[in-house]
Write a protein that binds this ligand. Sequence first.
Ligand code: GLN
Length: 438
Amino acid sequence: MNAHTVMDYKKLVSVAKNVDEKFNAFNAINENLSGGRPISVKDNICVSGLECTASSRVLRGYIPPFDATVVEKLKNKGFSVLGKTNMDEFGFGSFGLNTEKQTKNPFNPEYCAGGSSAGSAIATASIKDHISIAESTGGSISAPAAFCGVVGFTPTYGTVSRFGLIDYANSLDKIGVMSRTSRDIREVFGIIRGGDERDTTSTDREVKDEPKRAVTVVDNLLDLVDGEVKEHFQDLLGKLMNAGFKVNHTKIEGIEYAVPVYYIISMAEASTNLAKYQGFKYGKGAVDYGTDYNTFFKRARASFGAEAKRRIILGTFIRSASVKSRYYEKALRIRANLIKKLKVALKSGYLLSPTMPIKTPRIDEIERLSPAKIYAMDVLTVLPNLAGLPHMSFPYAYPEDMPIGAQIVGDHFDDYSVMSFVDEWEKSFKYKFKYSMG
Ligand code: GLN
C-alpha cells in the first residue's frame, strides 16, 4: 500500500463508507483523503480539521485546530488519516454499545464488536492493510481486538505521549495500535513512542526486545473464565508447549479486587475530567446562553449518555471527603499491592490468559446485563492496565466462525518482547478476515 493513485484513495474512502454503513465503524471519514499511507484514529484523539467527539453529544461540533502528538509523528512519517473511529462515549464501555451509533461485529452484525475502541477493531478487520490508532484505559484495545479477530497492542504506560488525547483516567490511559499483524504494530509503535514535553508523564526510556520462552498462567484468573473459552485456551497452551514454551502456573491473591479497584480509580478520575464539559469553554454543543443558572447547567450536562452520567455520579461520590479514605485511598493501596504481585509473577516469563472471559457475545445478550455484570467482563483486561504493563491481544481460534483472543502481558518496557511473542505465534497461525476492499 505505498504507491497510491487518486482512484485508490477514492476506492478506500468508499470502502470505509461501506464498512461504516454495515458496522458503524466511523464517526468521521476524511472524504478529501488524497495522499499518504492511510490509518484511522480513535475519536478521542485529536486530528486537526476533523471533528472529534469521543462519541459524545457534549463534544459535537468540536474541530481541533491541532494534531495530537501521535498524529503529528505519524503525519511526519507519511501517514494520513482516513477517519475517526467510533467508540464507547469517552471510553466508557467494553462492548461498543455506549455510543449513539452502536457498533456491530464484522464477522456477524448481530454480535458485539467489543469496546471501547470498537471502530478501530472493525476497521482493521474489514479493510485490507489497515492500521488504527486506539486507546486503552482498562482493556479498550484488547477487548475489541479479541472480538473482531485482530491484534491489539497496549504499551507500557508513559511510552506514548497522551498529548491531544481526550482524557478518561489519566493514571491509566495509554494510546496503542491495532492491526492484523504484529509487524505493523512494531513499525507504528516505533514512530509514536518517546517522551514529549507536552505530556509530563511520557518517557524516553529504552524499550526492550528480549523474547522469553515461558508463559505463566494465573490459575485463579482462569477460574473466572467461561468453560468453552477455557477449553480453547488449553489448546493454545498445548500448542505453545509443543513449540518449546515452558508453561508455569501460579495464583495471585487479591485478584478479585482488580475490577472494583479499577472502577473506583477510573470513575474518580473520569468524573474530574468530565467536569470541564460545563458549556463555557468545552461542551458548548447543547447549551443556550439565554437561560437561568440551573437550566443552563442542567442542559449542558444532560447531553452526556447514561453511562457517562453514572460515572460522574459514582466518581464524584467516591472522591467526596467523607468516603474517600474508605474507597479511593484504599483502592490506591490495593492497586500498588497488585502491581507488586504482578511484577513477581512476571519474573518467570510473560503472563498469558484469554482476553475476555466469554466468547464474543450477541448484542441483545449484553443489553440485558446490569452495569455491574458488564464491569465484571473486564476481569482479565484490567490487571495489566492497572499496572501500566505492555500487553497484546491476538486471535488464536475461530470456534463457530467467530474469533477468540488471548492476551500476552510483559513486564514494564518489555513492549517489543511482547510483540516478538506474537510475531512467533503469527508464523504458525492462519488469520481470517472479512476483507471487503473492492
Ligand atoms: N471497559 C472499561 C471501562 O469501561 C475499559 C474501557 C477503556 O479501556 N477505555 O472503563
